[in-house]
Design a protein around this ligand. Sequence first.
Ligand code: FE2
Length: 324
Amino acid sequence: MFKLATIIVSLLSRHPCQATELLTEATLQAETLQDFQYLRYGVDVSFPMHHHMPDDIKTSDCGRNDRLKEFALDRLDYYKNHFLKGCRDAFGEESCRRSEDERIEMSKRQPATMKNMTKGLGFHKMKLPPELFARILEFWHQNQHQASQEGWPAGSTYLNHWESMPWALPVDNITLLGGGYELTQLIWDGLLQIISEWTGQELQHASMYGIRIYRTNAVLATHVDRNPLISSAIINVAQDIVEPWPLEVIGHDGFAYNVTMEPGDLVLYESHSILHGRPFPLQGKFMANLFVHFEPISPDAKLHDLPIYKQPMKPSKNFICVNH
Ligand SMILES: [Fe+2]
């Protein structure tokens, strides 16, 4: 497995091996640093995003860049012979293939129907206010051993739950010490202020998942969130890892960024349009993250108006206009 960290690359919607003109900088960086971590790429290199990963990397233009080819082949091997094989062995070919088709189709179609709600890359890393993080951390320390296993449908490929089932610790659970309305409201209020400033939008609550605990070898397949999970936040609560386990996002510039997190870090991201995942197996014991999602709203919206984050549909070429 390659160690990764910061920035990686190619062009959105392009097959990675067609973007050879972009690889010059990557080559120079990689040769200088003697490391794969500065390879640049975009979609469909680290994990299938817009297309199922090709079998022809060896004979394609990717072969012009040895490091990118090696990285792409390593990822393809992991995906086919470990990730997908694990799902098939557990649940059979059909359900795993259906889930992958659905994930990849949504990853390709949905971002094109959405409006960007921020300027820039569509994600931003910062520190959570210390007082708010202290309250969340206190809850974690008091309740971490009360977490319970999540349940995932057979054949779902969003997480490799057949190999590494995540655990969950809901912050709104009143049976947990410090859990319930007060803590939940504190998190909503803190994040509402931060994400309102980031987006410049009026927001309403969409979903607060609570704390999810990923464990050894966990992989989160790259995806976009369903509506109305639009303006979202990940808080890193605690972790015990032996190497960075980055959140990989495809920014609005079409390039991949691997964002590492420490406890107390907060990543804001446009989860409806920014492809995001953790496609590299978690090396270590666990990572505990809290997820909060908002929906931008327009105070002037009328009943049948589109949500402000959706693009109006363009008429299809096959649409027939009849003049009366
Ligand atoms: Fe997500």
